[in-house]
Design a protein around this ligand. Sequence first.
Ligand code: HPA
Length: 235
Amino acid sequence: MTPHNEAKKGDYAEAVLLPGDPLRAEWIADTFLDDARQVNSVRNCLGYTGYWHGNPVSVQATGMGQPSTAIYVHELLNVYGAKTLIRVGTCGGLTTSVKVRDIVLGISASTDSAMNNAPFAPYSYAPFADFDLLRSAVKYAESQMLQHHVGGLVSSDTFYVDDPATSYDVLARHGVLAVEMEASTLYTLAARFKARALAICTVSDCLVTGKEIDAEKRQSSLRTMVEMALSIAGR
Ligand code: HPA
């Protein structure tokens, strides 16, 4: 037990999917897992453990943003023995080549957060995905012919930026494909605690064109993304 999690040691599988939204965690458990049981409800940040194709797997909501995500990730790695963490979320595309509904696999995650400043001073740490997970995700995407991109993410602390079309220009010019709010601390903590992590993000909107995913397509895209995450989680 922790201040944020009522689960006991052993309640989580080694592989954990990490959506931001607690209701998405519940949906993933209900839709994809066999014999799912709820292991956490503290602050309604729901967590479940069940089986996928006979393999144990958990899903834990992180809430939005890096401070919240860091709490759940730190405890999953430190207290509950998680070894493979896969974020399943949405992101905003930063270039016109990244279309709504595409999948972005984050090879790295820049950030405007101060969370890594003090721990890494004088360096500017470059948080990165686990190579084997990333390779498995790419293979899966290719085998299913899914529209996908491998590139940089930026984990921003600010959702409502002044000028969405231009705020991330310098990053887009340096290969950053999409903005979200959690991957950077996920990658940092996974490296710190010798675990594997990957952020898989469905593009829900494009900051350059203003296009947004519609509700029905959002659901089928989320389904595709979760199937990808579950398929690579045990490998
Ligand atoms: N900003 C941050 N996170 C996001 C966005 C965005 O525009 N779209 C989807 N997740």
